[in-house]
Design a binder for this molecule. Structure first.
Ligand SMILES: [Zn+2]
Length: 76
């Protein structure tokens, strides 16, 4: 794990936090979309914003960020 990719807090919307948790649970984008009742493109849009806000570039880095921040900015 690269600590530089999990250090900074971020301001996430409720939808972004839900997407982050679903991805962290290993759900594919299609399943996340069905679970949230949104289009696949909407999930992709949230994921892009999550990468920007959390300054991560890979799904693994984003998931690690979510774990590191599950008690603060990624909390439900
Ligand atoms: Zn945080």
């Amino acid at each position: 794990m690269n600590p530089d990719e999990t250090a900074e807090h971020a301001e996430l919307t409720r939808s972004e936090r839900r997407v982050l948790r679903a991805l962290g649970a290993g759900e594919p984008h299609r399943k996340v979309a069905d679970g949230l009742g949104v289009e696949l493109n909407t999930v992709r849009w949230h994921v892009r914003n999550l990468h920007t806000k959390t300054e991560t570039s890979t799904p693994v880095a984003l998931a690690l960020w979510g774990v590191a921040h599950e008690g603060c900015c990624a909390a439900a």
